[in-house]
Ligand binder design. Structure first.
Ligand code: F6P
Length: 524
C-alpha cells in the first residue's frame, strides 16, 4: 500500500494547511461571511452539525473529499452495509447496522426473533408476570458487564431516564473492584433482583468475578440453585459457558460474532435499556440509528455528516498535530457520552498498523475525553482556551429542555455552549498582558439535537459509529479488532497467581516485585 502521507490527496492537504498555521491567520474571520452557517452545516432530521467554526474553506473541504475518494470511502461504506468481512483480522463482517433494520424488512431472522424475545421479557418483568423465586415482583435489575457490555447501556439508560416507564430500578456493575458490586448489592433484596450477565465472550475476568459473587450472594440469602433461573439472564455468543454458569437455556439471549462489543447496545446487550425505557422507546432508539444509517449509506460525501466529521478529525490529527479531541455535551443526561465514545473511538482507532500490516505513517486515533457542560468550564476549559495543546471540541446541545418549567435556566446552558465555541475561535488579545490574552483560533463542531428523544439519541450514537468507521478507512485501520487489550489481560492472570506464590514473585522484575510485596504487607 502506498503510504498515506505520500499520497497525492495528503500532499495537497499538507500544502494547503500552511495557510492556517500562519501566525496572522484569524479563522474567526471566516465567520464574517453571512453564508458561513448555511454553507457549513448539515442537517439530518432533528440533528444538525454546524462545522462553520472549523479551519476550513471550500478548498479545504474539496481537498478532504478528494482524500475520501482516494481512500475509497464510498466503497468501504457499501462493504460494511452489505456484510463484507471488513474485520479482516478476525475474518468477520461488522454488521451492527443489521440490528437496527425494522423487523418488517429485516433479512436477519435471528435479529427479529431476539428483539421479540426481548419484548416478551420486558413485558413479563414490567407486568409482574415474571416473578422472583418467592413469588415477588422484580424491583431491581443489575447489569453485570464491562466495556461494550456496560458503557452503551449505562449511557443510554441515563440519557433517557425521563423515558423510564416502570418501577424497576437499574444498576450497573462493571469494575472488578469488589467495592462496586458490594455497594450495589447492599441496597438490594435477592428475592426481587434480576441479574443480567452481559458478556459477548462470557470470558471477561471482571464480569466473571462479579457474576460469581452475585450468584454467591443470591445463594447465601438462602435460595437454591434451581431458583437461579428466576434471577439470572445472560447475553452472550458463548451460550455453552453461560449454561455452565447455571443460566437456564430459556434465559439466554444470543449475540453474534459480527457485532463488536462497542457496537452492541442495539442487540440484546441493550436489554437493560429496554427494561428501563420500555420496548417501544427501545425500538425508537433503533429507528433513529437506522435513519442515520440510511443517511450515511445514501448521502453524497459532501452532504454526509459522519464523513464530514471524520474528515475534520483527520484534518486536525494529520495536519495540526491534534493529539486529543474533547466531547462536551451541554446536557446533563448525556453526562456519560464521553466515556462511551472513549471506548468506541479509542478501541477502534488506537492502532499503529494498517490492515495490510504496514506501520501507519500519520497520526491515527486521537485521545477522546470530556465531561458535561457547564461543569467542564470550571475544570479543564482553562487549558482549552489558553494551553499549548491544540484540542478541537465537539459541543453537543439539545434545544429543548428535559425540564419544561426551567426555560430561563436551560437558556443559560445553551448560551454557555454557544459562548464557549465562540470564545475558543475568536479569542481576545490583551494589548499588554500575554497571560490575559486568549489566542483564539481553536476549532469546534456543534451538534444540535432538537430534543433528547430515543430516536435522536439513536441517530447521534450511530453518527459517531460511522464517523469512526470513516476515519479507520482513511487511515487503513481495522476498526473492529482490539488486540491492544490482550497483553495487560495476559499479564494480570500470571501476576494474580504470584500474590500467593513466593517463588514466582522472586522471578518478577524489581518494580512489580517491590510493589506486590508492599501490597501484600500493607493489605494484610
Ligand atoms: O477488553 C476489551 C473488550 O473485549 C471490549 O472490546 C469489550 O467490549 C469488553 O472487553 C467486554 O467484553 P465481553 O462483552 O466479551 O465481556
Amino acid at each position: 500500500m502506498t503510504s498515506l502521507s505520500a499520497s497525492p490527496a495528503w500532499q495537497a492537504l499538507l500544502a494547503h494547511s500552511t495557510r492556517f498555521s500562519q501566525r496572522d491567520s484569524r479563522c474567526c474571520d471566516l465567520l464574517n461571511d453571512n453564508k458561513r452557517f448555511s454553507e457549513y452545516s448539515l442537517q439530518h432530521e432533528q440533528l444538525l452539525l454546524d462545522y462553520s467554526k472549523n479551519f476550513c474553506t471550500a478548498e479545504t473541504m474539496q481537498l478532504l473529499f478528494c482524500l475520501a475518494q482516494q481512500t475509497q470511502v464510498s466503497a468501504a461504506i457499501e462493504a460494511m452495509f452489505t456484510g463484507k468481512k471488513i474485520n479482516i483480522t478476525e475474518n468477520r463482517a461488522a454488521l451492527h447496522t443489521a440490528l437496527r433494520i425494522p423487523p418488517t424488512n429485516n433479512p436477519y431472522p435471528e435479529v427479529v426473533t431476539t428483539i421479540q424475545r426481548m419484548a416478551d421479557l420486558v413485558h413479563a418483568v414490567h407486568s409482574g408476570e415474571w416473578q422472583g423465586c418467592t413469588g415477588e415482583r422484580i424491583s431491581d435489575v443489575v447489569n453485570i458487564g464491562i466495556g461494550g457490555s456496560d458503557l452503551g447501556p449505562a449511557m443510554v439508560s441515563e440519557a433517557l431516564a425521563s423515558y423510564s416507564c416502570s418501577e424497576v430500578k437499574l444498576h450497573f456493575v462493571s469494575n472488578v473492584d469488589p467495592v462496586q458490586l458490594t455497594a450495589t448489592l447492599a441496597k438490594l433484596d435477592p428475592a426481587r433482583t434480576l441479574f443480567i450477565i452481559a458478556s459477548k465472550s462470557f470470558r471477561t475476568l471482571e464480569t466473571r468475578e462479579n457474576a460469581n459473587s452475585a450468584r454467591k450472594w443470591f445463594l447465601l440469602a438462602g435460595h437454591g440453585k434451581d431458583d437461579i433461573a428466576r434471577h439470572f439472564i445472560a447475553i452472550t455468543t458463548n451460550l455453552k459457558a453461560a449454561e455452565e454458569f447455571g443460566i437456564n437455556s430459556q434465559n439466554l439471549f444470543p449475540l453474534w460474532d459480527w457485532v463488536g462489543g462497542r457496537f452492541s447496545l442495539w442487540s440484546a446487550i441493550g436489554l437493560s435499556i429496554a427494561l428501563a425505557i420500555g420496548m417501544e422507546n427501545f425500538r425508537d432508539l433503533l429507528a433513529g440509528a437506522y435513519s442515520m444509517d440510511r443517511h450515511f449509506q445514501s448521502s453524497p460525501l459532501e452532504q454526509n455528516i459522519p464523513v464530514v466529521m471524520a474528515l475534520l478529525s483527520i484534518w486536525y490529527t494529520g495536519f495540526f498535530n491534534a493529539h486529543s479531541s474533547a466531547v462536551v455535551p451541554y446536557a446533563q443526561p448525556l453526562r456519560q457520552l464521553p466515556r462511551f465514545l472513549q471506548q468506541l473511538c479509542m478501541e477502534s482507532l488506537g492502532k499503529r498498523t494498517a490492515k495490510d500490516g504496514s506501520v501507519i505513517d500519520t497520526n491515527s486515533g486521537e485521545v477522546i475525553w470530556g465531561t458535561e457542560g457547564t461543569n467542564g468550564q470550571h475544570s479543564y476549559f482553562q487549558l482549552l482556551h489558553q494551553g499549548t495543546e491544540f484540542i478541537p471540541v465537539d459541543f453537543i446541545a439539545v434545544a429543548k429542555s428535559a425540564v419544561a418549567d426551567e426555560l430561563p435556566q436551560h437558556r443559560q446552558l445553551l448560551a454557555n455552549c454557544l459562548s464557549q465555541s465562540l470564545a475558543l475561535l475568536q479569542g481576545r488579545l490583551h494589548p499588554t498582558d500575554e497571560a490575559r490574552s486568549f489566542p483564539g483560533n481553536r476549532p469546534s463542531n456543534t451538534l444540535l439535537l432538537a430534543d433528547l428523544t430515543p430516536y435522536n439519541l439513536g441517530s447521534l450514537i450511530a453518527l459517531y459509529e460511522h464517523k469512526v468507521y470513516v476515519q479507520s478507512v482513511i487511515w487503513g485501520i481495522n476498526a473492529f479488532d482490539q488486540f491492544g487489550v490482550e497483553l495487560g489481560k495476559d499479564l494480570s492472570e500470571s501476576l494474580y497467581t504470584a500474590f500467593a506464590d513466593q517463588a514466582q514473585r522472586e522471578s518478577l522484575d524489581p518494580s512489580t516485585k517491590g510493589l506486590m510485596e508492599l501490597m501484600l504487607k500493607w493489605g494484610e
